[in-house]
Design a protein around this ligand. Sequence first.
Ligand code: HEC
Ligand code: HEC
Length: 285
Amino acid sequence: MKKWTYAAAAIAIGGVVAAGAAAVSAEDKPMLTIDGETFTTHVKVPDDHPLAPEVISGWEYRTRETQALELDDFQNPAFLAVEQGEELWSAVDGSEGKSCESCHGDAAESMKGVRANMPRWNEAANKPWTLEEHINSCRKDRMGAEPWKWESSEMLGMTAYVGLQSRGMPMTVQTDGPMASWIEKGKELYYTRVGQLDMACANCHVDNYGKYIRADLLSQGNINGFPTYRLKWQGVGSLHRRFKGCMDQVRAKPYKRGSDEFVALEAYLASRGAGLSVETPAVRN
Ligand code: HEC
Ligand code: HEC
């Protein structure tokens, strides 16, 4: 059944998935070490996990050159965004005359671990909130400021800066209680074929990771590095931009950034990738 799916998928995308090109061999495994701290880029998982035997960070699938950019914060081009986020952290904005710092103090303390368990259930909204939604809720309701657009440089800078405070921590999203049905919905979407090419996320990222699609080595599509600097974008982009790009590739009509569908996908992928180190801000091609 799985073989058939792969064959159909390869035909659907014009046979561009090259079989058997596993580029990540065990003895050749590079290590992601930043400032002396080694990150978890692969996690052993039980047989019933969709990615068994291992969940693997997208970092392992990139070329040595691209990998190297993430090893050194001075070379990592995403740090321009981080710097912008850091400046915004202490910038007063809105009718209440407050900055993030007025309430949250030192981000290294107050934001530590926040990115690692996103999206997080919000009782009042009765849905999971992404990091973007938490930030905009503070801007609107607590600062009296305009919310930032999802893909604005301000929002990307702030999510990169806040995310950095969790770098190296394991992804641990809540999976029980009210989160369970969102994760289930995300999983359903992940396995649903869409678009003119009639492909599901899983056809590429579960059935074919480790193989080439055109010039690109397919990873498992994990989300532990977002927001991420992409060489192709020549800038930092959000997770939902990446989702949209993948839906464009199969010529499906993409869901909107912040839509329930993308939040559900995010929740599912956060749970599927549990244990991987947060790499925010990662570098990918
Ligand atoms: C036609 C194949 C294909 C399909 C279908 C596809 N993607 Fe991708 N995706 C890619 C390629 C190619 C990349 C870039 C290389 C990589 O990391 O796999 C990518 C990258 C990603 C990444 C970034 C991984 C990282 O480490 O930064 C995520 C997340 C992702 N995809 C999620 C999805 C989701 C969610 C769907 C379904 C809505 C989807 N993809 C459908 C081909 C696909
Ligand atoms: C007037 C005080 C105030 C300001 C200003 C403020 N926040 Fe918050 N923020 C809060 C409170 C209160 C919470 C909820 C904490 C909780 O539920 O435990 C919160 C929650 C958050 C969260 C969710 C994570 C967590 O620790 O609960 C994030 C992320 C966040 N704020 C980021 C920001 C950012 C970024 C800014 C500036 C753009 C900002 N906040 C400005 C008071 C504020």
